[in-house]
Structures are given as C-alpha cells and as structure tokens.
Design a protein around this ligand. Sequence first.
Ligand code: ADP
Ligand code: MG
Length: 607
Amino acid sequence: MNMIHVLDENTANKIAAGEVVERPSSIVKELVENSIDAQSLHIEVEIADGGTSFIRITDDGSGMSPEDAKLAILRHATSKIRLAEDLSTIHSLGFRGEALPSIAAVSRFSLTTRLHDNESLATYVEVAGGITTEVREAGGNVGTTIVVKDLFFNTPARKKFLKTVSTEGSHINDILVKLALSYPNIAFKLINNQRLVLSTPGNNQLQDTLTNLYGQKVAPDILPISYENTVDSIHISGYLGKPTLLKSSRQWQTIIVNSRVINSRSIAKALDNAYHSLLPKSGYPLAVLNITVNTNTIDVNVHPQKSEIKFSDEQKIFRAVYKAVTQVLSAAHTPSQLAASAELKNIHHSPQTPSYNGSPTRQSSLYTSSPIRNAAAWQEQALPLTTARTTMEQEEAIFWDTPPVTDPIGDDQQEPQFTLQPLGQVDDCYIISRGHDGLYIIDQHAAHERILYDKMSQQTDRITAQQLLVPIFMDCDATEITIIADYQDTFYNLGFNLDLVGPSTMRILELPSDIPLAEAENSIRQILEFIQNMHDPTPQELRHNCLQIAACRAAIKAGDALNMRQMQALISELCNTNLPYTCPHGRPAMIRFSSHDLDKMFKRTGF
Ligand code: ADP
Ligand code: MG
C-alpha cells in the first residue's frame, strides 16, 4: 500500500495558516496590505476582543468581480504576479496568494466586494473553517469588506497560544501605526471595542501622519531625514526623533523598504550606532526610515509573513542608513532644533509668591567678574575667554549692547544661524537665554561636556596633551598597576602619559590638555574602574567611555560662576558641536520653553 498521499486543499490551507496567521495582528496586516494593493484611499479596521472574536476591514479600493471574489479564496490565487521572475520587479505588498485561504481556513470568514463600475452588484462569499458555505449577489459599497470571526475556532491548540486580548489588541495597533506611516496618502482608522483609537489624515504628509499617531507633542522633537546615494540608488527619507526623545523599546521605530514595513536587525543596528554617543545606556530613538532601493537588489520572498527581506548587499544599506542618520544629527542646528522641549504636564499653576525670607546664599553671577573655577583649560583653549576678567562696566555693555554672537568659529561656509542671548545664570548651574522663539535653559556642565567630548573625539590620533612641569605621583593597587601596564597605549592615545615607577606607584607625566591638574588623579581612577568593570570592551567602547570621563572631568561644573561673555561663548560653541543635543551621557544639554509654552503656562491661551 502506498504511504504517501497529497493533502487535500483544506488541510494544506490550515497548515499554511500556521505560518501566515500567527495571531490576530497578522490577519490585520495581510488584509490591510491587500487593501493597500487595491489602491484604497480609506481603510477602516474594527476589532473586538483584541481581534480574537471579531475583525472587520473595510476599504474603498478596486473591489473584485464575482469571479475574482470566488478565486481569491483559493490557494495560490493571486492577481499580483504570474511568473516567479515577476518577484524581482514586484511593487505590490502581496504575491503569495496565501493570505485569504489561510485566514478563511481557521476562522469564520466573509468577504463582500464590489467593483467601481456602476452596473455590478456586490458579491458576498462566506467560508467557515475552510469550507465555502455561501456565495451570492449582495448590496454593498464599492470596495471590499472582510469580516473574520472566531479566530482558531477549529484549531483549539492554536487558540491556546494567543495572549490576553489587550496584548493582541496592542499588536494590532502597532502594525497599523507602521502601515499608516508607510502610506501617508491613505487615511487609516482603527476602532477597538467601539472606540476610535487611531486615525490618520491621509493627506500624504508624513509629518501630519506621525503627529496624529504619536501625538502633537512629538512635533518639536523630530527632525526630517533626506539622503540620496545615486551610485547605489539608495534613497532615504522620513523622520528621526531627537536624541532627547527616547523610548523604552523599538516599537517606535518603523523601517520601510520600497513601501514595505520590515524588521531588519542590521538597519536597527545602524540606527543605534549613529546615535551611540548621544544615547544613555537604555533607550531607543523614534525613527521612521523610508528607504528605496532598486527592486532587483532585494529578495522579498524570504519570510512567510513577508516581514523580513534579504538585501543583496546588506553592508551598503547599513552604511547608507548610518551615514544618513549621522548627517541629520550632526547638521547645523538652530537652538530650537536641538533643545529638548519642555515637559509641561508637571507644571503646577498654583500662584506662588517668591519668598524673600532668609539671606541670599549665592551671589548673582550676572555682574561678577571672577574667572570661572576649575576650568582653566576651557577658558584658554576652547574659547576666546582670556578677557574674562572684564570689569563690571564692560559686562554691562556686553549685556545690553552687543547683539547675540553668531558663529564664533568663523566658518565662512556656514550661515550664521545662532541667535541665543544669555540673560543670566541660576544656581551657578543653568544659563537662562533668550531666543527669537522662546526661553532656553542650558545646563552648563552638560553643555561644556558635550563641547569637550566632541572636540576630543574629532582628534583621531592622540588627544592633545599638556606636559606637567612637576609630575604627579599616584598610589595604585596591584590590579590598577596591571591595567595601567596592559592599557598603556590606550592611555597614551587618550592624552595620558603614565609611567610605573615602583611596585605600587605611578607617575603622571602628561594629561589631556583640557583636564585641570586637580582632576588628574580622579580621571585616571575613573577610567581604571571602567576598564575593570567592562568585559573586553571594544576599542570604540573604550575610547567613547574614556572620552566621556575625560570630558566630564574637564568640564565646568555646576557651581562655577560664569560671566556673560563666558555664557555666550559656551552657548555658541554648543550650537556648533557636531552632536549638540545631549551631554555624552545622554542628558539634555538645553531645554526650550517655546513662546507658546510660556503663553500656556501663564494661561494666556486655551489648552
Ligand atoms: P496576494 O495578496 O498574495 O495576492 P491574497 O490571498 O492576500 O494573496 O489575496 C488574493 C487576491 O485577492 C489578491 O491577489 C487580490 O487580487 C484579491 N484581493 C484580496 N483582497 C482584496 C481587496 N481588499 N481588494 C481587492 N482585491 C483583493
Ligand atoms: Mg495578500
């Protein structure tokens, strides 16, 4: 007796469903992709119980003829390709002809569809667990409506794998957000348990789509990206969140390649790397990357749910994304672009009268003429601050008369775009500044740290060092001595020249020129500690962290009084750094209260 037999169509469909229909969100993805392929301009998704009991997708796309409606639910029935070769030039999202039969095999499924011509009626097709139960003419709007009820009613084993309805619902929300971001020309709606939870305008403006999905409050914190590599025909557009707008997962990252939403580890990695020196350890930037490549350089048929694709040259894409993202983050910025926007939700409006009790503990630094402490190197090298000891009259002149400094570096190519005027310092820590579009508060330590980090990281050879007239001797334990011996070259490249002069003594001959003498020992100890705690850091990690430490140690501190000129110079330098949004640890360096925010806080406008 023969052992082998060909599976009947219904069984084959149920098996295929195992791959295509993993959960309710995969159904929504397949059906919405069909609606997109049918040139719809409005797509409405309604779900109940996280899509497990009810999903309805309504579109105003091309619709199907009665014959096509019956064919559509057959396995490998597609209008999108004819030959395997067509895959290399494909522009539609679907091509396998598997979705409808797979979904219909594991649910109670119905389809109502009508062409755009005025003559034909709609066709209604009903399938339960893979068996066609009804086909008839019906009334209905042009376009297609598909209803999927009781998912997995005939495959109880699969049903057990479903998560809670709220988890399944949020997966549907996620996938719809991404599809909506990839088609800003289509108006999407999601109704979850009779509540409208998502709606996009469909006006072909990605920015509007984005703010509709993520909230108006992200608008000031996103930057447009636009990159073209004509040699490799790679084009990238979309939006990136400022490094100050971090999310706890990759959920806010949408990667679109040739209009297809995909997951790609290498593109995500390129994003991470580009943000590297800006990000604190945990957190992911918001990103919508719309990438277009030649269709013949990708293979779209490598994943049953089409959520991954294969690039013929993955490295090229990686490099392009990395470059595109760093270009945006390091472009010339206006202060409002690089400031983190103020979080207004925690502001209380209770009237508060300033208290005049007690004696003022800090002297106002506005008119003080003392040079800043602990930052000798900064004054002399990074900034033209040698005239810091200005008299009070001069200070006043600067304060009242001088227009805001533009671009102190004097780069002829760059348009002066900087227009912040410092007004004073609060707590010897925050610089309050006036911009044409609001109020800016700058954290002087974070800002200076960023300036120094940038300056040092641009020195590809050795960090500029200062030779010590009198060497500093430092006591070290055995572990520290071993690390110093092992990493002597690394230390040297970072601007430290260290010399072991005894079993437990080390001599410092040279220091990075920005680090004040008083910080020498602490900086080295912190680097030693970092090396000790890291397992096998890569050279880049090592350098990034050591520069971070050095920049932090060398920077002016909270508590250092600054005069107006120093504040101005600091702000100008910050705006001219490569990646000015945050300090190297990822804290914001500058926060903006837009004029609108101020109006809101003083209740001059409605909320
Ligand atoms: P594929 O999308 O891979 O072609 P499907 O099983 O998803 O396979 O769909 C089968 C066919 O049904 C499609 O090729 C298309 O012609 C038709 N179809 C499906 N959904 C729609 C829709 N919403 N509007 C118009 N035609 C549709
Ligand atoms: Mg399809």
